[in-house]
Design a protein around this ligand. Structure first.
Ligand SMILES: Cc1cc2nc3c(=O)[nH]c(=O)nc-3n(C[C@H](O)[C@H](O)[C@H](O)COP(=O)(O)O)c2cc1C
Length: 260
C-alpha cells in the first residue's frame, strides 16, 4: 500500500475542527491541487469561492439544512459548476457575429453543459479533499448547498450559468473526530459489475445491511414504526423535507439556466 492509497482508505468526513486557521501556504496547496484536477476539454468549467465572511458562513449554516458546524469551519469553499466564464468569453470573442455570418443561431449552455460543468467542479472538489487529507486537514461535503438556490444566488451574486454544486468545510480534526470510527461501505459485489448492469435481488438487499439491522434490532435503535434500514433511509433521507427542497431549488436553477 502506498501513501496515496493509505490517505484515501483512511479518510473520513470531519465535522468538528480545532480552533486554528489553515495557514495561507497550506490553503494554496489545496487550491493548486484542486485546479490540477482533470477537466473536460481543459476548460475548467468551475469556479471556487472561498467563503471568508463570517456572516455568510452563518447564513450557510442555516440555509444548508441547519448544520451549525459550517459556521465554525476555518476554511469553507463553494464549488460552482460554471459556464458563465466561457459564455462571457465567447461573447467578448465575437462569437455572436461569427454565428450571424454563418447564418447559425447562437448556442447557449444547455443541460449537457451543466452536467459536464458539475463533473468538473466535483472532480476539483474531491481533489481538494484528498490534498487536504494528505496535509492532515479534515473535510466534509455539504450537499445541501443545492437547496435554497435563490438565497445562495443573492448571497454570492451568482450569474445564471453558475450553479452551486457542493460546499466543502475544512479544518484540523478534533481528537474526538480522529478517534471516531470510519463509516462502512457496501461490499464490492454490490457496487462493481462486469460488462452489464445488474439489478440486485431481494436476498442481496437483505444481505447489504444484515449486520446493521441485527445490531439495531438488539439495541432498539430503529425509530418507532420503522422496520428496516430501507424504510429508515427512505424516511430520513430520500423523502425528507431537505430532499424535496433540493429538488425544488435545482428546478429553479435549471429554469434560470435554460431561460431564453
Ligand atoms: C455529495 C455529498 C454531500 C454530502 N452532504 C453532507 C452534508 O450536507 N452534511 C454532512 O454532514 N455530510 C455530508 N456529506 C458527507 C457524507 O455524509 C459522508 O461522506 C458519508 O456519511 C460517509 O462518511 P465518510 O465520509 O466519513 O466516509 C456529503 C457527502 C457527499 C459526497
Amino acid at each position: 500500500m502506498n501513501q496515496v492509497i493509505d490517505v484515501i482508505l483512511n479518510r473520513k468526513s470531519v465535522r468538528a475542527y480545532e480552533d486554528r486557521p489553515i495557514p495561507a501556504d497550506v490553503k494554496d496547496q489545496i487550491l493548486l491541487a484542486a485546479m490540477r484536477a482533470p477537466t473536460a476539454g481543459n476548460m475548467m468549467l468551475y469556479s471556487i469561492i472561498e467563503v471568508r465572511d463570517q456572516r455568510s458562513k452563518d447564513t450557510l449554516a442555516r440555509t444548508c439544512d441547519d448544520q451549525p458546524f459550517i459556521a465554525k469551519a476555518p476554511l469553507v469553499l463553494l464549488f460552482l459548476a460554471d459556464y458563465q466564464r466561457w459564455f462571457d468569453y465567447f461573447m467578448v470573442s465575437g462569437v455572436e457575429e461569427l454565428c450571424r455570418q454563418r447564418g447559425e443561431p447562437i448556442r447557449k449552455p444547455e443541460e449537457g453543459d451543466l452536467m459536464l460543468a458539475c463533473c468538473d467542479a466535483l472532480i476539483a472538489a474531491q481533489t481538494a479533499v484528498i490534498a487536504a487529507e494528505s496535509l492532515g486537514i479534515g473535510s466534509c461535503y455539504i450537499g445541501d448547498i443545492m437547496e435554497n438556490y435563490e438565497a445562495h444566488r443573492d448571497l454570492f451574486t451568482l450569474p445564471r450559468y453558475a450553479f452551486p454544486i457542493c460546499l466543502l468545510c475544512f479544518g484540523y480534526p478534533t481528537q474526538q473526530q480522529k478517534d471516531r470510527p470510519q463509516t462502512t461501505r457496501f461490499k464490492k459485489e454490490f457496487i462493481v459489475f462486469e460488462d452489464q448492469y445488474r439489478r440486485l435481488d431481494t436476498d442481496e438487499f437483505a444481505a447489504i445491511y444484515r449486520h446493521e439491522e441485527e445490531q439495531a434490532t438488539r439495541a432498539h435503535t430503529l425509530p418507532e414504526g420503522i422496520g428496516n434500514v430501507g424504510q429508515w433511509m427512505y424516511t430520513r433521507k430520500f423523502s425528507a423535507d431537505f430532499s424535496k427542497e433540493m429538488s425544488r431549488s435545482v428546478r429553479a436553477m435549471m429554469s434560470a439556466w435554460q431561460a431564453e
